[in-house]
Design a protein around this ligand. Sequence first.
Ligand SMILES: NC(=O)c1ccc[n+]([C@@H]2O[C@H](COP(=O)([O-])OP(=O)(O)OC[C@H]3O[C@@H](n4cnc5c(N)ncnc54)[C@H](OP(=O)(O)O)[C@@H]3O)[C@@H](O)[C@H]2O)c1
Length: 265
Amino acid sequence: MPSVLITGTSSGLGHGVARRLHDLGWDVLGTVLDRADEDRVPWATVVCDVTDDDSVAALGLVVADRFRRLDALVNNAGIAMAGPWEELTPTELRRSLGVNLVGAMAVTGVCLPALRAAQGVIVNISSVSGQAGDPLMGPYNASKFGLEGASEALRLELRPFGIRVHLVEPGPFRTPISATGPIAAAKDPNGVYAEHWKVIDDWLSWHAESSADPQQCVSAIVGAVTRDDAPFRIPVGEGISDVVRKHAASVARQADAADAWLATL
Ligand SMILES: NC(=O)c1ccc[n+]([C@@H]2O[C@H](COP(=O)([O-])OP(=O)(O)OC[C@H]3O[C@@H](n4cnc5c(N)ncnc54)[C@H](OP(=O)(O)O)[C@@H]3O)[C@@H](O)[C@H]2O)c1
């Protein structure tokens, strides 16, 4: 029976992926933040806060003890934090980077001996926000762009060991993330960033009520785990691959503009 560790399985995409892989006969271990969530599901769970060094080290011991060989790791745990650079505290920034970037890298680190033993696969859940920035999304963009860069490095680093690495880049899918994602504490709806906040607030309401069924994204994540023909980057959601293409074209145009400008120096 193949084995998988999935972080953040108490809700949303992580919960859906855990259920799907469990139904396919995988030996699933899912992390939860709250001990009360431990026994509510048919797969095995372990309490882990990916921002806590001791908690991640303990997770590594559980993985080594339970599996020895780990076929797949899905770094899914994440939070969405919004706020203007000017108003964000360093603590808020560290929280966003701590969960979405450092947490994923730390969990990967403790799982690598078991992943190497199985020549396993790592699927990092990024976002379309790991490809293109938006006003007030700096803390989230920073964490997901960071995850993208780190995953490019990891993919090359682990190639000699036969370990696949993938980035899934979801667009908006209806999960609790828009309702529970922390917003910068200093939010001032009447301040100088009011226009931007209005866009974010409208978007969050739309996300909570009308964004896409998460099952499409669950299928993409499960496909990245189970199929060795999966591409490295998987933008998923309506129009999301076009957002990625448009952004890549804009970066290429910026490089052309830089070449032309540098030639004038
Ligand atoms: N839904 C979307 O539209 C969307 C779009 C792009 C990317 N994503 C990405 O998809 C992933 C899953 O998000 P989701 O939409 O399914 O949201 P979600 O339902 O809120 O799930 C996030 C999960 O992460 C867990 N988590 C949060 N902080 C953690 C920590 N410090 N340590 C361990 N676990 C922690 C949460 O645990 P608790 O429930 O116990 O707090 C929850 O299980 C995230 O990486 C997110 O950035 C989602």
